[in-house]
Design a protein around this ligand. Structure first.
Ligand SMILES: [Zn+2]
Length: 120
C-alpha cells in the first residue's frame, strides 16, 4: 500500500477513535442525561458508565497506537518491526494498520485481538 494511502487510513481511524472516546466520555459525564433520583435507575446508569468507560479507554488505547503508527510512518519506519527490525508482513499491516510488530514477534508476546475493523 502507498504510504499516502496508509496515512489517509490512519488519519481517518484517528478521527473515528477520537469521536468515539469523546462521545463515551460525554455520555458518562451525563451531560445530556443527569443521574436519576431513583436508586435502581442510578444503578443502571452507573453500570452503563462502566461500559462507556471501557469503550472510552479502549478507544484511547487504540488511538495511541494509531498516533504511534503515524509517527513511524513519518519516520519511514512504518513497516519495520519494533522488536526484531524485520519487515512487518503487508497483509498483517492491512489487518492491523497500527501494529508495530511482525507476526512472529506479536505472537511471541500477546496476540492482537481480532477487533479493529478493516476500513474500506
Ligand atoms: Zn519482529
Amino acid at each position: 500500500m502507498e504510504p499516502e494511502a496508509v496515512r489517509e487510513r490512519l488519519l481517518k481511524r484517528r478521527e473515528e477513535l477520537r469521536q468515539r472516546a469523546n462521545d463515551a466520555s460525554a455520555e458518562a459525564r451525563h451531560e445530556a442525561d443527569p443521574l436519576s433520583a431513583d436508586f435502581a435507575e442510578q444503578v443502571t446508569q452507573r453500570e452503563n458508565d462502566d461500559v462507556l468507560g471501557a469503550i472510552s479507554s479502549s478507544a484511547r488505547a487504540e488511538l495511541q497506537q494509531v498516533e504511534a503508527a503515524l509517527r513511524r510512518l513519518a519516520q519511514g519506519r512504518y513497516t519495520t518491526c519494533a522488536v526484531c527490525a524485520g519487515d512487518i508482513e503487508p497483509e498483517r499491516l492491512a489487518a492491523v494498520p497500527y501494529t508495530d510488530k511482525c507476526r512472529a514477534c506479536a505472537e511471541g508476546s500477546r496476540p492482537q485481538p481480532g477487533r479493529g475493523r478493516v476500513l474500506g
